[in-house]
Ligand binder design. Structure first.
Ligand code: NAD
Length: 345
């Protein structure tokens, strides 16, 4: 086996709800692709609480400390008990400041066709950080709720540099900064102002550049999504817009995400644990498979990533094997088996 083919150590967190089902499917497909990763399986989320009394057990962190690379299923934050989201904790601990979420049409003929959008979301700052508290008044413990958002110049620069460099490296024609600087003048104004300055100083002419207010952006995305190419935005707006752009390409079953920092990268589906369909064997594992393809790109196995993406497209469009969310009747397992059959050819 050549050095390029030596399996790469990586942490695997199957996650909660549909997580284990879609992870099993992804593992069987990756095995058929030549088993490019050597997995160290760990738990987090509800499974972490059950196994180790902690949604982010030390053993899981030790594993990521070692591998710096993970594929993660969706995690539920246990309600009560004062737990913070394991996803937010992971992003903080490994300074995974860039959340890259592409949305591309894989099944033609939907409500929107030929969608090819990339969303770059700031992942560590803003209103999403969960700095919140209540002020009790007159016996009502929740009389006033307060949330604090923090955006920094450096944090804005980090994600903007990531997005602008990504646009140049991947031939994206246009970058749109999404903000609410007309109202949240400081909190999101700093992001817009930093973007404008960086574009002028370092990136002018390398791609088209504009900005749009978040509410208008949400409307424009459903009126004419083709006017956008790469969107870059702050944490909470990015969270919302990534679900919206998933809807343009067939739903949450179709969109992957990468959380990237200088020293680690964690790949996942955009969707959550889907408790409404967990255990039924009908979840669509495509988003997690596309996240695996992003992970292969990240470790420079673009050959395998491209083969995986092509196989997914062939199974969906030539074999017409699709899960229920895409209007098909295949189970998670049947879909995975169709992918494996094509890969083993
Ligand atoms: P969700 O994304 O789990 O589900 C929203 C809807 O999309 C549901 O109807 C679900 O059935 C459907 N759906 C999602 N993924 C699907 C798939 N692969 N195939 C077919 N249908 C799919 O959102 P939710 O219900 O708001 O959240 C459930 C839990 O997941 C919450 O505890 C939330 O905190 C957590 N969550 C985790 C992550 C993460 O770990 N990255 C992301 C989002 C939500």
């Amino acid at each position: 086996m050549s050095a390029a083919q030596t399996p790469i150590p990586a942490t695997l967190i199957p996650g909660d709800g549909i997580g284990p089902e879609i992870t099993d499917a992804a593992l069987s497909v990756l095995d058929a692709l030549g088993a490019p990763f050597q997995w160290d399986t760990q738990v987090a989320g509800l499974a972490g609480v059950k196994a180790a009394g902690d949604p982010l057990p030390q053993a899981t962190l030790d594993s990521i400390d070692r591998t710096r690379l993970a594929l993660k299923g969706p995690l539920e934050t246990p309600s009560g008990g004062g737990y913070r989201s394991s996803n937010v904790r992971l992003r903080e601990k490994y300074k995974l400041y860039a959340n890259l979420r592409p949305a591309k049409t894989l099944v033609p003929g939907g409500r929107f066709d030929n969608i090819d959008l990339v969303l770059c979301r700031e992942n560590n700052e803003g209103l999403y950080m969960g700095y919140e508290h209540y002020i009790p008044i007159d016996g009502d413990p929740h009389a006033v709720a307060i949330a604090t958002g923090v955006n920094t110049r450096q944090g804005s620069k980090n994600i903007l540099k990531f997005a602008f460099d990504y646009a140049v490296a991947n031939g994206r024609k246009k970058v749109t900064v999404v903000h609410k600087a007309n109202i949240m003048k400081a909190l999101t104004g700093i992001f817009l102002e930093t973007a404008q300055q960086m574009y002028k100083d370092e990136y002018a002419g390398k791609f088209e550049f504009n900005d749009v207010i978040i509410d208008a952006c949400a409307m424009k995305l459903v009126m004419n999504p083709w006017q956008f190419d790469l969107l870059v935005t702050t944490n909470l707006f990015g969270d919302i817009l990534s679900d919206e752009i998933s809807g343009l390409v067939g739903g949450l079953g179709m969109t992957p995400g990468a959380n990237i920092g200088e020293h680690a990268a964690i790949f996942e589906a955009v969707h959550g644990s889907a408790p409404d369909i967990a255990g039924k064997g009908i979840a669509n594992p495509t988003a997690l498979l596309l996240a695996s393809a992003m992970m292969l790109d990240h470790v420079k196995r673009t050959d395998l990533a491209d083969r995986l993406r092509q196989t997914i497209s062939d199974v969906l469009n030539k074999d017409n094997v699709r899960t229920g969310d895409l209007g098909g009747s295949a189970s998670t397992d049947q879909y995975a088996k169709a992918l494996v059959a094509r890969l083993r050819g």
